[in-house]
Design a protein around this ligand. Structure first.
Ligand SMILES: N[C@@H](CCC(=O)N[C@@H](CS)C(=O)NCC(=O)O)C(=O)O
Length: 246
């Protein structure tokens, strides 16, 4: 049995979720509500001590780290719509792309997302409520991020993250301007993991991702959004209830 703990089909949570849909695997989706800081509750920290989503429960075995979960699904269910190339050289290329998402692309986009949206979750809290919340956050660096979301991120950090986002967009466009997918001619985990972060940038970062400047990225986003598995994922997620653990 497979259970995916997530915030729904966006960012890191989207990676294993789309892999599950692409592979046609039956799973239970357990949505945590970030606005209620459910991921910092003790019951969830027994599942992922880092207090972060996504996490996968496979027959009682817990797997964390979004890209690792995707690779795990590929190892355990290799025959259902393979999302990893068979050529080891292309696998190496795929992993360069997924490593780059995890180490670079995801972080700059995430900081701007926290600056624009996450702050709204914590600004209404009293100082005491906020401190209580931060005390439950297990990762020291995330405590810093929650404080910055409340107090405001330093402008030089925001500028630097925007610079990195522009570099990331250019890197994706350089590849996608004349290729359908990131690796070889096959849809792989490289596409899923980058799509998880890039989808939505055509709205939130429209000055960088648009038909004129990045036609390759725009076509790739549309191509992935049109995939039946992706459409099913977004349609089902809309019907799911976000709420406390049942
Ligand atoms: N490296 C981890 C990062 C997970 C992560 O940053 N999760 C975010 C949601 S996309 C989260 O749980 N944020 C809430 C928090 O850190 O308090 C992965 O790829 O799974």
């Amino acid at each position: 049995m497979l259970t995916l703990y997530s915030f729904g089909p966006g960012a890191n949570s989207l990676k294993p979720m789309l892999a599950l849909y692409e592979k046609g695997l039956e799973f239970t989706g357990r949505f945590l509500d970030p606005a209620k800081f459910e991921h910092h509750e003790d019951w969830f920290k027994t599942i992922n001590p880092r207090g972060q989503v996504p996490a996968l429960d496979h027959d009682g075995k817990i797997i964390v780290e979004s890209t690792v979960i995707c690779e795990y699904l590929e190892d355990v269910f290799p025959h259902q719509n393979p999302l990893r190339p068979s050529d080891p050289y292309l696998v190496a290329e795929m992993r360069v792309w997924t490593k780059w998402v995890d180490e670079y692309f995801c972080w700059c986009v995430s900081t701007i997302g926290w600056h624009r949206m996450v702050g709204n979750l914590v600004k209404p809290l009293s100082d005491a409520e906020f401190e209580e919340m931060v005390a439950r956050v297990p990762i020291p660096e995330q405590k810093v991020k929650w404080r910055r979301a409340r107090e405001g991120f330093p402008q030089d950090l925001l500028d630097e993250e925007m610079r990195k986002i522009a570099v990331s967009v250019r890197r994706l466009e350089d590849r996608l301007a004349n290729h359908l997918y990131l690796v070889g001619d096959q849809f792989t985990l490289a596409d899923i993991c980058n799509f998880a972060i890039a989808n939505g940038m055509q709205f939130g970062f429209a000055e960088l991702v648009n038909d004129q400047d990045t036609p390759g990225i725009m076509a790739w986003l549309a191509r992935i959004n049109a995939r039946p598995a992706c459409q099913e994922m977004f349609a089902k997620a809309k019907r799911e209830n976000v709420g406390p653990r049942k």
